[in-house]
Design a protein around this ligand. Sequence first.
Ligand code: HH2
Length: 259
Amino acid sequence: MGIVNVTPDSFSDGGSFLDPGDAIAHGRALADEGADVLDVGGESTRPGSDPVPAAEELRRVLPVVRELAAAGPPVSIDTMKAEVAEAALAAGAAFVNDVTALRNDPRMAAVVADSGVPVCLMHMLGEPKTMQDAPAYDDVVGEVREFLARRADAAVAAGIDPADICVDPGIGFGKTVEHNLALLAHLDRISDLGFPVLVGVSRKRFLGALAGGGEHERGPAGLAAGLAAVCRGAWMLRVHDVAPTRQALRMQSAIEAVP
Ligand code: HH2
């Protein structure tokens, strides 16, 4: 899943693709590099970020979704607002990525159920503004697993087909470095829920804390973490840098394919 952030303030590429033409060109480049899905987002959820009004989010994402959905891989809309998801689906998006797992907007579950598209349910402790203040768990893997199971039950109760659900442990969303490591090390306990697991580690802060480097120097650490996740059952990686990820995954699957 290649990331297309149409925002002024995303943590690693804020402002780079705020112009729709730049975002569309970036999405097409990621598709050429081998992205299976393009995840378009118009609201940063980095630690400390403020919410964006729906009208502004729509203004940012709709032209980009419309153009990218017209050709190339399926487009995912990264939003926590039903209004934005609905408009993006009407513009051709085929997947909803909700970092609040359908909790932010009471209408979101119905929008997904009515449109019959796949949805990603992600774990987050708290909300972006304050989630990194002092995240605490007794058993991070068990609690994230339980949360995702409950959110999947709620999605099914709202009419979403279980076959359309994927889950995500929400690396960096209300988690310390140790919490992120535990979730990656024990990702098999999340994948044994039976839903495909999406994992997003790309350029995130914990990589720098462990391996050093600024946002644009963490590529190798992100690849290592992504491959560790794939070895433990991850189904899809959400990344800024598609070409190196594709190359690493090709190598990985060649090794795994040896009888
Ligand atoms: N991470 C970010 C945003 N959306 N969605 C899922 N399912 N999983 C993630 O790990 C995830 C996500 C944060 O990354 P990014 O989009 O690069 O930054 P920002 O939120 O600052 O735009």
